[in-house]
Write a protein that binds this ligand. Structure first.
Ligand code: GDP
Length: 194
């Protein structure tokens, strides 16, 4: 896949407005501030394709990017403490209607911060993906924050944790220094190639 051929399409707050599903979709999910925008930018060698924000909790939207012959689908972040119940319901509606629609759900990348045990929201997401049999891999973010000596053990711990939830693979990544990006790109390429 040519990751340099990347364009922002639009942000959607209502799933009925989503563009027609006419190509493979690679979706990205994670809690607010996990490093999703940074990872998407790094995958496409871009600075500002996805917005990087240090203030989480913006309105939930599904952001679509066209990347070569695929869509990158940036799902709304979760786990932000200050959202209202109405916002939470809107998030649920968006996610459920996205996954329940007959779209080309090729692979989801679930992001988890490599420095922390998964939150209750993260675990709920892993259970959701498992229950709905959504094919997914886990990208551990912010690997640049680990010491070299911690990398292998961290990877192994998350593999053991995620495997029972049906996760296909765990990749250590950094949206900061590019660690693991070629490996994640290879995983996405293989998923698209089928
Ligand atoms: P999002 O809310 O999941 O889209 O997260 P962002 O990409 O906006 O990043 C949230 C914060 O984490 C920002 O301050 C980023 O600079 C920082 N960040 C994101 N990825 C990394 C990473 O790989 N390493 C480090 N050290 N910081 C990161």
């Amino acid at each position: 896949m040519n990751y340099n051929k990347a364009d922002f399409i639009a942000s959607y707050g209502i799933s009925s407005q989503l563009p027609e599903s006419d190509r493979p979709e690679l979706s990205f999910s994670g809690r607010s501030n996990v490093g999703k925008s940074s990872l998407i930018n790094k995958l496409c060698s871009r600075k500002n394709l996805a917005r990087v924000s240090s203030t989480p909790g913006k309105t939930a939207t599904i952001n679509f990017y066209s990347v070569d012959d695929c869509y990158f689908v940036d799902l709304p972040g979760y786990g932000y403490a200050k959202v209202s119940n109405a916002d939470r319901e809107r998030w649920d509606d968006l996610i459920n209607s996205y996954f329940e629609a007959p779209r080309h759900h090729t692979l989801l990348v679930q992001l988890l911060d490599c420095r922390h045990a998964p939150s209750a929201d993260d675990e709920q997401m892993l259970r959701y993906l498992h229950y709905h049999q959504i094919p997914y891999v886990v990208a551990l973010t912010k690997a640049d924050k680990l010491k070299k000596s911690q990398l292998a053990k961290t990877l192994e711990d998350f593999e053991n944790l995620c495997r029972p939830y049906g996760c296909q693979k765990v990749v250590l990544t950094s949206g900061e220094n590019g660690y693991g990006i070629p490996e994640l790109q290879a995983v996405l390429n293989a998923a698209v190639a089928g």
